[in-house]
Design a protein. Structure first.
Lengths: 366, 318
């Protein structure tokens, strides 16, 4: 049990039914990943690749519209493994007519009640989450300190208001907010974006969660503030060693903070492995999408020699009409005549190409 | 609430009171000019046939100051009003001020009561449909609300009187001579005005949309992510603020409906008094009621401002 991963996602599918198109938008389409205790897993990919939806699915925060979630999200804590999607299947009914989905009905309230029941001790307690756009993520009508003490009193043994306030101030200090006792009474509108994100981090960590999900924690902040938030996260990582799932489209953030990396494309994992193998551009055995992603980052030579950046051709995958073959085929520049047929017809598995390094590409199938 | 929190409220109240004073002056001027320009005066309407000679009428007009220029009449009215003297009713000879207190109280009961009835119907439907979305139940509920909103209040009033008073005798009939207040008399007009003031569907729609908008805010997602109560976090922006705004915005509609309901139920309030006074061209009474109605409307908006400032930390910085 000790070696079991803290979080193991098996074949996660999160679909949203589009009534007008009578089809599912397959935002997350068969994601498998694991987060070991103490590690930071980086999740990269373009907008719309399903990163955030995967994270929101873990916390059961998929709301609005008839969203359908299937697969397993196994979360191991306190010595037992729990499937966070347990018992949710019964609340969705799919009406089909000759392979075509005609109707999806979801008992939203029943679904939410069941999800709330399963997630009761987990949301905010065992899994905490920080979001992008921190100013909008804090309640504008409540002082920052009160929002932190609320979390503390909900999920820790501390119930006394005075004690919780002291604890909140301790955490505000810990995330390097100056004069924390004064900031405690401030409303979010009186704080800068960077300070709001620090307060969000304090609120998330104050309950000492087993898993921290950081969904684009630096997006929407000024560049200088971004690097300060990354510094803070790095420092907290070395001090606390909290297991973290870090979602970002910023490769530099991911490479600085992560131990392992998952690359997502079109709702699925295309590559998974240690951060060194995946995000070092000079190691060429990797998924063509990852290579293209790395080539699109401005490096020193682009600035020095005014070399044009290499954008990835084509558009992000349309997750309603997913092709039969490889999802990246239409945009791929490494298709060889030998594998072309496979690329077009069949989706490859996620196969190990080096120890601990897996990729979903026909190039590595012999 | 800490003492420092009271300062913005005091500021807002001061500002609102100043606006109210200016507004009252404006309203009184407009109403006065309209009355002055309208054909007829109390003596052509009321005293017809009672005062025989043209000389006697002229004497009465003279005694009441009607021969002065319109602006000197207006200024003497304003100076008296500022001292709390609204003059005497030409029809009854009673002082308008004490009359206003009496009818104002009755209409206040009717207005607050009907507002509560409206909210009691609209709020649960709005919350239900914002939380659960479109369901098998939300559709008929909304339909019901639209139909009810379309019922004309006078028609509803007569139907209710027929059924509950004449047919079953469940409620006593109100007579114009009854001066005392009784909740039993009040119940029927309050419910009729609350249901029939025509605002229910609008209240449902605005509250449902507002609550739905707040529910999709990022900070509500944060509340869910930390396992806190979504209702608690959405209460201020999604419920308290829109409800007070609705109350402030709908008071004029309810006062308008009160004129009809007070006629139908013989309810001794300012609506019925206004109706009577308009027919009699009873200038002092009309002016007094115009002032009182304006005060009621301003009270609603003051209430809304105070709640907003108390709830929204940013408002006190504005």
């Amino acid at each position: 049990m000790k070696n079991a991963p803290l979080l193991k996602i098996e074949d996660l599918r999160t679909y949203f039914y589009s009534r007008s198109k009578q089809a599912f938008i397959r935002s997350v389409d068969g994601v498998n990943l694991e987060i070991r205790r103490g590690e930071t897993l980086g999740v990269v990919g373009e907008s719309g690749s399903g990163k955030s939806i995967t994270a929101l699915s873990v916390l059961g925060l998929i709301s609005g519209g008839p969203g359908v979630i299937a697969g397993k999200i196994l979360f191991g804590s306190n010595g037992e493994q729990k499937d966070l999607l347990d018992g949710l299947e019964g609340y969705v009914k799919i009406g089909r007519e000759q392979n075509r989905i005609m109707q999806v009905s979801k008992d939203v309230l029943g679904w939410e009640r069941r999800s709330d029941e399963v997630m009761r001790t987990i949301r905010g307690g065992e899994i905490a989450m920080i979001f992008q756009n921190p100013k909008a993520s804090l309640n504008p009508f409540t002082p920052v300190g009160k929002q932190i003490t609320e979390a503390i009193r909900l999920h820790t043994k501390i119930t006394d208001a005075q004690e919780a306030a002291e604890r909140a101030i301790y955490w505000l200090k810990r995330v390097k907010i100056d004069s924390p006792a004064l900031r405690f009474d401030n409303y979010p509108f009186g704080l800068s974006g960077g300070m709001c994100q620090r307060a969000m981090i304090a609120m998330a960590l104050a309950c000492e969660p087993a898993l921290l999900i950081a969904d684009e924690p630096t997006t929407g902040l000024d560049a200088t503030i971004q690097s300060k938030i990354v510094d803070l996260l790095a420092e907290l990582k070395s001090e606390l060693g909290t297991t973290t799932m870090l979602i970002s489209h910023d490769i530099s953030v991911i490479s600085r903070l992560s131990d392992s990396v998952v690359v997502m494309y079109g709702g699925t994992v295309v590559e998974y492995g240690p951060v060194r193998d995946i995000l070092t551009a000079s190691i060429s055995s990797k998924h063509p999408y990852t290579s293209a992603l790395l080539a699109s980052i401005p490096g020193e030579e682009h600035v020095r020699d005014k070399v044009a950046l290499q954008a990835i051709e084509g558009d992000v995958l349309d997750t309603i009409n997913i092709p039969a073959g490889c999802r990246f085929y239409a945009r791929c520049n490494r298709v060889t005549p030998k594998i072309r047929e496979n690329c077009e017809r069949r989706e490859p598995d996620l196969r190990e190409i080096a120890p601990g390094h897996r990729a979903r590409c026909w190039l590595y199938f012999d | 609430m800490r003492l420092s929190g009271l300062r913005p409220i005091a500021l807002v109240l001061t500002r609102e009171v100043m606006i109210t004073v200016l507004l009252l002056l404006g309203v009184s001027f407009v109403v006065f000019v309209i009355l002055y320009l309208a054909p007829g005066d109390p003596f052509s309407m009321l005293v017809e046939g009672q005062v025989q000679s043209e000389e006697a009428r002229a004497g009465a007009r003279e005694a009441l100051g009607f021969s002065q220029s319109w602006y000197s009449q207006y200024f003497s009215w304003v100076t008296q009003m500022l001292q709390g003297d609204f003059g005497t009713s030409i029809r009854t000879g009673l002082p308008v001020a004490s009359e206003l207190v009496f009818v104002g109280f009755n209409t206040l009961i009717l207005t607050i009561g009907s507002m509560l009835v409206t909210l009691l119907i609209a709020v649960p439907i709005a919350l239900y449909s914002s939380v659960r979305g479109t369901t098998a139940l939300s559709w008929p509920l909304t339909m019901f609300a639209y139909v009810v909103s379309a019922l004309p209040v006078f028609w509803l009033g007569y139907i209710v009187i027929y059924i509950f008073m004449h047919r079953f005798g469940l409620f006593p009939l109100m007579t114009s001579s009854s001066r005392g207040f009784s909740w039993l008399y009040a119940l029927l007009p309050i419910v009729v005005l609350g249901v029939g003031n025509g605002t229910i569907s609008e209240v449902i729609r605005s509250l449902r949309d507002e609550m739905g908008r707040v529910m999709s805010e990022d900070y509500i997602r944060t509340a869910r992510a930390k396992g806190a109560s979504v209702w608690k976090h959405s209460f201020k922006e999604g419920f308290l603020i829109p409800v007070t705004e609705i109350i402030a915005a709908k008071i004029p509609f309810i006062l308008g409906g009160a004129v009809i309901v007070e006629q139908v139920f013989n309810w001794p309030g300012m609506g019925r008094m206004a109706w009577q006074a308009a027919q009699d061209r009873d200038f002092p009474v009309i002016m007094g009621i115009a002032m009182l109605a304006a005060v009621f409307v301003r009270m609603g908006s003051m209430f809304q401002r105070v709640v907003y400032v108390m709830v929204n930390p940013r408002a006190s910085k504005e």
